[in-house]
Design a protein around this ligand. Structure first.
Ligand code: PLP
Length: 392
């Protein structure tokens, strides 16, 4: 069989850091071990039944068997606008300020290609969601990282960006509630971001994937709630986490009209929008009853408390996340993230994600997903309590 070489573009794509770890977990499971998987970010709860029922009904409608309109159904754009008004008091023009996406990831990967020329500079948080790097590579862009440090509540310190970098930067990714750190943003920080972006002509892309998940009574802030945000950027919203619809692949971008137009133009060339029945179900999710979202938030908060309280009772001084469904835990002194993740896997059969997989500034931490039941998290704490490293 002939072997066709891949393009330079494909060869330039970042390697999947967690592939090795996933393989190792698979081996432990194959050997019959009971592995508690806290390493990945896949919601474990089902999609609420009223959304599934809408999909079932809509799937039977022959109108949905045809191509959907290229840029998606207007009713879904209206539903996104209504959702933003109801949840955040933000007014969105459904015709000009909403682009429908095949999940948030698609939008995040498309945007650099929409706005950057090869060699243009993009600012990316470190640690950060690894898929930002895929968009950077596909656009052949230059990446400059913005360290997220614990002493700065995992917000970037813009004073660290030189005048030269600011003059070159065209795009900035932000993400709060944050994956992997669980930090949330403040309106002061967003206001500072808007000022910086406005002065330096930088387009801000706020990834609001965990917008629905905030703890201790704090509702995470939408970037668009802060004055001037639409002037300088967009927000990416996904239904994956809010409604446990990760497998459905549906999200949307809202905000700056020129960016929305650019996304829609690129998508006209890539796809013919989403299955109409998925669009109907997504509209139902956004405009239907929201009790399911509140209950999900409470579930994650209970899990967070079980994990954090449990680990603190072992004398491990961990910080509780304020949002998202991840806890970002400082590893014990004297070992690296990967060494600690290996100890957990080898000695306790617990999988966590080593922080250095999210960037250089992730070293010294591991990310723990709150995507297992309270019983499993309790069991994880029990297994950790038996580790030598915590007995010292
Ligand atoms: C920070 C962040 N952004 C975006 C996404 C993409 O989600 P989706 O493509 O399912 O909308 C994820 C998924 O894990 C994420 O963690």
């Amino acid at each position: 069989m002939k072997q066709f070489p891949s393009s330079e573009l494909l060869n330039s794509l970042p390697k999947q850091f967690f592939a090795g770890l996933v393989k190792k977990v698979g081996e432990y499971i194959a050997e019959g071990h009971d592995v508690i998987n806290l390493g990945q970010g896949n919601p474990d709860q089902p999609t609420p039944s009223h959304i599934v029922a809408k999909l079932q009904e809509a799937a039977a409608n022959p109108l949905n068997h045809k191509y959907s309109p290229f840029q998606g159904h207007r009713y879904l754009k209206q539903a996104a606008a209504d959702f933003y008004f109801k949840e955040y008091g933000v007014t969105i023009d459904p015709d000009k300020e909403v682009a429908i996406l095949f999940g948030g990831k698609a939008g995040l990967v498309e945007i650099p290609q929409c706005l950057l020329n090869p060699g243009d500079t993009i600012l990316v948080p470190d640690p950060g969601y690894p898929d930002y790097l895929s968009g950077v590579a596909l656009a052949n862009a230059e990446m400059v990282t913005m360290p997220l440090r614990e002493q700065n509540h995992f917000l970037p310190d813009f004073n660290e960006l030189s005048a030269d970098i600011l003059s070159k930067a065209k795009l900035m990714f932000l993400n709060y509630p944050n994956n992997p750190t669980g930090a949330t943003a403040t309106s002061e920080f967003f206001a500072e971001t808007i000022k910086l972006a406005s002065v330096n002509n930088i387009c801000v892309v706020h990834d609001f994937a965990y917008g629905a998940i905030g703890f201790d009574g704090e509702k995470p802030l939408s970037f668009l709630q802060v004055e001037g945000a639409k002037e300088v950027g967009i927000e990416i919203y996904t239904l994956s986490k809010t409604y446990n619809m990760a497998g459905w692949r549906v999200g949307f971008a809202v905000g700056n009209e020129s960016v929305i137009t650019a996304i829609e133009l690129l998508q006209d060339h890539l796809y013919v929008s989403l299955f109409g029945a998925v669009q109907e179900a997504a509209a139902e999710a956004l405009t239907g009853p929201q009790d399911c979202v509140k209950e999900l938030n409470q579930l994650y908060e209970r899990r967070r408390n079980v994990l954090i309280d449990g680990l603190r009772s072992l004398g491990w001084n961990v910080t509780a996340p304020k949002g998202s469904f991840f806890a970002w835990l400082k590893v014990p002194d004297g070992i690296t993230s990967e060494e600690f993740a290996n100890i957990l896997l080898d000695q306790a059969h617990i999988m966590v994600a080593p922080g250095n997989g999210f960037g250089e500034f992730g070293e010294g931490y591991v990310r723990v997903g709150l995507l297992s039941s309270e019983e499993r998290l309790t069991e994880a704490v029990r297994r950790i309590s038996c580790l030598e490293i915590f007995k010292k």
